[in-house]
Design a protein around this ligand. Structure first.
Ligand code: FES
Length: 117
């Protein structure tokens, strides 16, 4: 029984095609909803990043903020809190708790995220 419960509680990964690569301009960011969860994707050159969209401070939508290219960070427009786009870890206060960061890759023409839930 305990084994079954542990298995049930384990996180699951699923690959989700978000959009075509050409739909994400360099420096652009976009909101996506995956199974009811809000995530955001950022493109910097040939690199893509995917993190939760709602900040962990006051649940602001981080796509309203801006990308700090040099620090690979997403910065909140309301309070300048910042998170690392690669890891989701907080970089500048008041950001304190991490965002979930998801593996994302271009496969051919498609942009695919491995979503963990
Ligand atoms: S309001 Fe959420 S980080 Fe600024």
């Amino acid at each position: 029984m305990l084994k079954a419960l542990r298995g049930f509680a384990s996180p699951m990964d699923t690959d989700v095609t978000l959009c075509r690569v050409e739909e994400m301009p360099d420096g652009g960011m976009k909101h996506f909803e995956i199974m009811g969860y809000d995530v955001m994707v950022v493109r910097l050159g040939d690199q893509f990043y995917c993190v939760d969209e709602a900040c962990t401070y006051k649940w602001a939508m981080l796509t309203d903020g801006h990308v700090d290219r040099e620090r690979l960070a997403i910065v909140c427009k309301d309070c300048n809190g910042a998170w690392d786009l690669q890891t989701g870890q907080p970089k500048d206060p008041p950001a304190k708790f991490p965002l979930n960061a998801y593996r994302i890759e271009a496969e051919g023409d498609d942009l695919i995220v491995t979503f963990t839930y």
